[in-house]
Design a protein around this ligand. Sequence first.
Ligand code: GN1
Ligand code: MG
Length: 384
Amino acid sequence: MKDLNTSSNWENLVSVANQFASPQDKVINVQAFGSGNINDTFLVTLDSKSEGHFVLQRINTQVFRQPELVMQNIRTFTEHVRDRLQHTSFSPDRRWEVPRVLLTQAAQDHWIDSSGSFWRAISFIDASQSFDTIQDNQHAREVGYALGMFHTLISDLSPAKLADTLEGFHITPSYLQHYAQVLATSRSQSPPVHEQTSTRLPEVDYCLQFISDRKAWAHVLEDAKAQGRLCLRPIHGDPKINNVMIDTATRQAISIIDLDTVKPGLVHYDIGDCLRSGCNPLGEETEQWQAVRFELDLCQEILQGYLSQARFLTETDYKYLYDAIRLIAFELGLRFFTDYLAGNVYFKAKYPEHNLARALVQFKLTESIESQAAAIRNLSQDMR
Ligand code: GN1
Ligand code: MG
């Protein structure tokens, strides 16, 4: 990662890390960590017996405009869950960990460096790992269990206690509006961004058509919310499979990390996100987009794991599960494609067409979900 290339950047990272370490601990290493698309994440290694590692992050304040509110939501969430875990026994035979926010030496939950960057640190969940792609059926079931546990622990937390830290997040009609604006701007340039290669890519035409064919339907969850059929609850916002921590010894799910998007929303966004990432064995970064498929047996495992914990869903909630799965895959494709057209301003990209490639993966996945509509609907109805 570019930050580590020069010694002054390295020294800066170590000095930021030191803000969150106890005075008696020594930072011995800082390395780029994980595969996040928005924030910069580092793993800090300490010369310490009590806390071997922690996760240091620079929050992307272009995306999270009020990072203090993100930290406030994390605090509200964490305090609620800690309290619930202490007073209720959920699954006494297994462990469940809540990431801890580390404080600076001045007892603050973040540190702003001299260049204005917003830093915060989170405890590392020991003896655990996460995966970018689904490993097997047991892993799928554990991923579902984790989301069910997560939702259950906050099912009695009023969404009004959480701030809306990312306006428009998972509101598909807003993404469609933004797409229309970006497309119009791109077309007014000469040549348009999506025609800047010597010949216009056929993949671009595929995406344009794909979105156009689904515009009307894409309001489905927001309409149901507006009609009072689906209600706001606290959600995770980004429960993709690599945010589920798996115990390296037992292979059980023990935590969900990345709490930046904990805020009010529909649990359908979370269920859709978990399934779109968990049922695509090639993963969201694959280059073989034509081969992407939504695997029904993995869907069954994830839903079974989820529903073994989450008991609060209503009849109407079940009715919208299929739409949620289809919509969140479509929405992520739309978000990636829009960002490709806009010149990769939101998601980090390793090459100019990276977000186009990511969009194709999500659209192929959406197609596969659509081709199995009846089976997915039956599956979710049978699980009631
Ligand atoms: C982003 O940065 P990361 O990888 O945690 C995005 C999610 C997407 C995800 C796709 C705040 O999450 O919505 O589903 O990429 N987060 C935000 O990998 O937009
Ligand atoms: Mg995230």
